[in-house]
Design a protein around this ligand. Structure first.
Ligand code: ATP
Length: 618
């Protein structure tokens, strides 16, 4: 994800809300249609109950003793009413029935809208989640983890709120439309005056909507920065503490909070002025309305009172339109950003829709990187791999050695089908894998990196992730091969011991051994170890190496290591230097070449200063 917040599209106000409602409708067109129907029914019944005030007020004004009104000869919206006489009791009863109906309609509407909102929130979140899961590795790895986490949590909450606001806005607009028609039934010119006035006031408030839009963008950037700071702080908490860096982090975080507060204060101050002006404008409109109704239009008192009742309901709705549009504009950037992110991820989906994968047969001969070149950053000068040919014969162990940054992990990523060569080919039994086959290919793999991934759960659960059907005996065998059996047996709850958040209750070496056991339990055709035993003591490393040697012929192993014990069991060794293969050959042959990289690595290990001192002391 780029550092800059995604640009806000030139959509504003009602158009933005419409776009969002359309997006919501994708999660339940029928539901939205039902909710809209009940919304209209609710508003119509409310409106009719208000219109019924008209005959009641007329009766009250006339002071007739029978309190009955003849409908004959009267017209509503151009339609003649039936020639009947209606009493006060009937009118009041009708109002009560209408209000009860309105409550029932509103209830149905509220339930449908709430379900729709929930589906929209969940659907958006799940859509983004699965877009991250199914995007090509190159795409995901170039995005910031903090941005993805923030998009899936904080941004989604803002989007849900935007959805809520859009639905409110939709309700207000539908309400206004219905009141417009009802007002027309009472007086056409006065309706045009009242609604025209409201619309003009809304138009004049455009600068305040621009203000909300700008504030929304500022908030968006500030929250993105805050999410990044939080993520970096939490990931590096121990290091920060060890070097007394917490005050620096806290000060940095507080600075961003202060900036947000200043922006919010400025927005609230200016916005309050806008709201105040709007209120005054509407009051002027109402006063003008009464004056014109009585002095110029010559409305009857009952008509004017009904129009006033309607006006009292219409005015807050006009205010509501402005308030909801502003609220929407503040939070809408989160929606555009997540939509943008999801679009980018989906455009770079690995394979077909969902997690479809095409089956790939178990490799029988060799896995080959054929003259592969790869650059992590497009257009960069530095290639992580340049013209590398590396052969992994099936059933054999191949070791990759070389200085830090030489390109070893990049080779592992190619073998896992996570990244694709920029030039050259990656072949399994002489065949290039299609997009859909990459997932199928990974069915045969197990990968153990230096940085292990453990769930905050028991050891048993952590092992079962890759082999849910594994028996306890199989688990214990895998633990023994990973030199983890003794320490697990010594834990108070054995296999059922919880490992803490990301395994923090275990030591680094213990975590690596559980991860190794998990890989063994998967019984992969190809095992990739990327400095997987870097935190293990030499005795544990030797046990793991022995277990790997025992599997010789049955499993293809790619081992990346800096320590000889995890290389010694390999059949072939490749040395990488700045992305190029500078040495390759059978283990035994390379060991005989005393000047070669491999022989020097072994010699260096044997002559480590500590060892020398021990040897001297002995
Ligand atoms: N995601 C990435 N984006 C940009 N550059 C990267 C990325 N990953 C690796 N590189 C660069 O590619 C080169 C090879 O990296 P790679 O991780 O393959 O080396 P390595 O031999 O595995 O190193 P180490 O032994 O330290 O793990 C390095 O220069 C590294 O900086």
């Amino acid at each position: 994800m780029s550092d800059e917040a995604a640009p806000i599209r030139p959509l504003e106000g009602l158009r933005s809300a419409t776009a969002l409602v359309r997006a919501m409708a994708r999660f339940g067109r029928k539901r939205l249609a039902v909710a809209l129907t009940f919304l209209v029914l609710g508003n119509v019944t409310e409106g009719i109950s208000i219109l019924l005030l008209l005959p009641i007020l007329t009766l009250a004004g006339r002071g007739a003793p029978d309190y009955a009104i003849d409908l004959g000869g009267r017209h509503v919206l151009g339609y003649a009413l039936p020639d009947v006489s209606v009493g006060l009791e009937i009118l009041l009863g009708a109002i009560v029935v209408l209000v009860a109906l309105q409550a029932a309609f509103n209830r149905v509407k509220a339930v449908y809208l709430s379900d729709l909102l929930q589906d929209f929130a969940n659907g958006t979140r799940a859509g983004l989640f699965s877009a991250v899961a199914s995007a090509r590795w190159e795409t995901v790895v170039r995005m910031r983890r903090a941005d993805l986490e923030h998009a899936l949590t904080g941004e989604i909450d803002r989007i849900t709120f935007s959805g809520f606001v859009s639905l409110n806005l939709m309700q207000i607009v539908v309400g206004l439309a219905i009141y417009f028609v009802l007002c027309l039934a009472v007086s056409v010119p006065m309706t045009l005056f009242a609604f025209g006035f409201g619309l003009i006031a809304l138009l004049l408030l455009k600068p305040y909507r621009k203000l909300a839009e700008r504030f929304g963008q500022k908030i968006q950037s500030a929250r993105t920065v805050q999410a990044r700071l939080v993520s970096e702080f939490i990931s590096g908490l121990k290091t920060a503490r060890s070097m007394n860096q917490e005050p620096m982090h806290v000060a940095q975080f507080e600075r961003t909070l202060d900036a947000t507060k200043a922006d919010a204060h400025d927005y609230a101050r200016r916005n309050a002025l806008g709201n105040g002006l709007f209120q005054v404008a509407l009051a002027i409109g109402a006063a003008g309305f009464v004056l014109i109704s009585l002095r110029i239009a010559g409305l009857e008192m009952s008509q004017m009172l009904v129009l006033l009742v309607i006006l009292m309901r219409v005015t807050p709705r006009f205010q509501g339109v402005q308030a909801q549009v502003q609220a929407l504009l503040v939070d809408l950037p989160a929606w555009w950003r997540v939509a943008d992110l999801q679009q980018r991820l989906e455009a770079n989906r690995e394979g077909g829709r969902g997690f479809a994968s095409a089956p790939v047969p178990v490799p029988r001969q060799e896995i080959l990187l054929d003259r592969v070149t790869y650059r992590h950053k497009e257009g960069s000068e530095e290639a992580a791999l340049s013209d590398c040919t590396i052969r992994l014969p099936v059933g054999q162990a191949t070791a990759l050695i070389g200085a830090s940054g030489a390109g070893k992990s990049t080779v592992a990523d190619i073998v896992m089908g996570l990244i694709r060569p920029e030039a050259g080919r990656f072949l399994v039994d002489g065949r290039e894998l299609s997009e859909a086959e990459r997932r199928g290919w990974r069915e045969h793999l197990a990968y153990v990196p230096q940085e292990t991934f453990l769930l905050h759960d028991t050891i048993r659960a952590n092992l079962a992730i890759v082999a849910p059907q594994a028996t306890e005996a199989e688990m214990r065998e895998a633990l023994a091969d990973a030199a983890a059996d003794r320490f697990v047996a010594a834990l108070p709850d054995g296999l059922d011991t919880r490992v803490g958040d990301r395994g923090t209750l275990l030591s680094g070496g213990e975590r690596q051994r559980i991860a190794l056991a998990r890989a063994f339990l998967r019984r992969p055709a190809v095992l990739i170890l990327d400095e997987a035993t870097s935190a293990l003591d030499w005795e544990s490393q030797s046990r793991v190496a022995e277990a790997l040697a025992r599997r010789a012929g049955r499993m293809t192993v790619l081992t990346i290591a800096h320590r000889p014990s995890m290389v010694a069991f390999a059949d072939r060794v490749y040395t990488l230097e700045a992305g190029r293969v500078v040495e390759e050959g059978a283990m035994a042959d390379l060991m005989r070449n005393g000047e070669g990289h491999l022989a020097r690595m072994f010699a260096h290990e044997a002559s480590e200063p500590g060892r020398r001192r021990l040897a001297q002391g002995a």
